[in-house]
Design a protein around this ligand. Structure first.
Ligand code: 1HN
Length: 351
């Protein structure tokens, strides 16, 4: 046989004498070679994340039921976690780095103030009258609004309306927990301070300035109203009729960088009848249907994202989205692990 310099079949654990293996264990040692191919598979990583679809209607029914079964005082945050079965439901992971939860706040309820090391965002799914207070800034919640609660910022949720309010929480909790950096702190309450980033940065190309100083806040903008993101998508689509991917990134308006450090957030518009294939990229992604509906194809799986449905897709996987309407645009919110992959130098797009 010709020597290729390749070692195709590595030794197994069972190939080693039992007394040798026992001695390794006693010394807290393990041989690498039986596991080498598992941790470094050829060309494509192994992924626990499975393509998973969470239709909104059954989830909503169970969440409303949770509102009857569990008072807010017994929950602090009344959330049903969207758990990816590939990771095991008890791990509360949508992907390696992303946590997803659907949270219910009933009229008059208060989810008390705290802060934690994981970064979070809220994508508002239904209801009016709720608000999140983030480091003193009162952020009203309406369908499609994105609200940041980045690492270390105090936040609490309240509700002055008369119908249930539901939102999607996206956190980098699995990653922060994995690196053993996840903890929280409590505070009795926050004082409301005037001023809103959503107003201060509402016009493109100008930034608030005080005696020639720009804001030095790490997170100058906390609420991204859906009306503004949608208007941006519609005007991009109108201005560039040939452009296939009509997408915006939620950014820190002072730095132009991603709004948070670990996960990326985007809004995507599908033109009427459009089919869009997103190339395989290294980060896992989450899609949430804000308006309209889309057929989703991921490898050999196909399903429909109806309004308010959510799905997770593993990294290194192409995704095809088809707007089911021939007359109306469809809008999706996307969360992914791109900022993390880029910072770590492992970000890839595969042709
Ligand atoms: C959290 O703080 C919230 O503040 C929601 O609404 C979900 C999941 C895990 C850890 C912290 C919130 C959370 C969370």
């Amino acid at each position: 046989m010709q020597d290729t310099g390749r070692f195709d079949t590595l030794g197994r654990l069972e190939d080693l004498p039992q007394d040798y293996r026992d001695e390794l264990t006693k010394q807290n040692l393990v041989p690498l070679w039986p596991s080498l191919r598992a941790v470094l598979p050829p060309h494509v990583p192994s992924r626990k994340t499975q393509t998973t679809h969470w239709p909104y209607q059954p989830l909503r029914e169970l969440l409303i039921k949770a509102g009857e079964l569990t008072p807010i005082e017994k929950a602090e945050r009344r959330v049903l976690v969207l758990a990816n079965p590939g990771h095991g439901l008890d791990k509360m992971q949508a992907s390696a780095a992303m946590y997803l939860g659907m949270q219910l706040l009933l009229p008059g309820e208060l989810a008390p103030a705290h802060r934690h090391t994981p970064n979070a965002i809220r994508m508002v799914v239904e209801g009016e009258g709720a608000w999140t207070l983030v480091n003193g800034e009162k952020c009203p919640m309406s369908r499609g609004d994105l609200i940041l609660t980045p690492t270390g910022l105090w936040h609490e949720h309240g509700h002055d309306g008369d119908q249930p309010v539901i939102w999607l929480d996206v956190l980098d909790l699995p990653l922060v927990y994995y690196i053993e950096a996840s903890y929280h702190e409590e505070v009795p309450s926050q004082t409301v301070v005037p001023g809103q980033g959503a107003k201060a940065y509402a016009r493109g190309g100008v930034a608030p300035t005080t005696v020639f100083q720009r804001s030095d806040k790490a997170y100058p903008m906390l609420r991204y109203p859906w009306a503004d993101a949608k208007a941006a998508l519609l005007s991009i689509a109108e201005d560039q009729p040939d452009q296939a991917c009509v997408q915006v990134t939620y950014i820190n308006p002072e730095t132009g960088k991603d709004a948070e450090n670990i996960l990326g957030f985007y809004a995507l518009m599908l033109r009427p009848g459009q089919t869009l294939t997103l190339p395989a990229r290294s980060p896992a992604q989450v899609f949430h249907q804000i308006e309209g509906s889309a057929d989703v194809t991921v490898e050999d799986q196909a399903f429909t994202l109806a309004e308010a449905d959510t799905c997770a897709v593993p990294g290194y996987t192409a995704v095809t989205l088809k707007n089911r309407s021939a007359s109306e645009p469809a809008f999706l919110f996307v969360a992914d692990e791109s900022p993390l992959h880029r910072k770590l130098g492992v970000y890839e797009v595969r042709a």
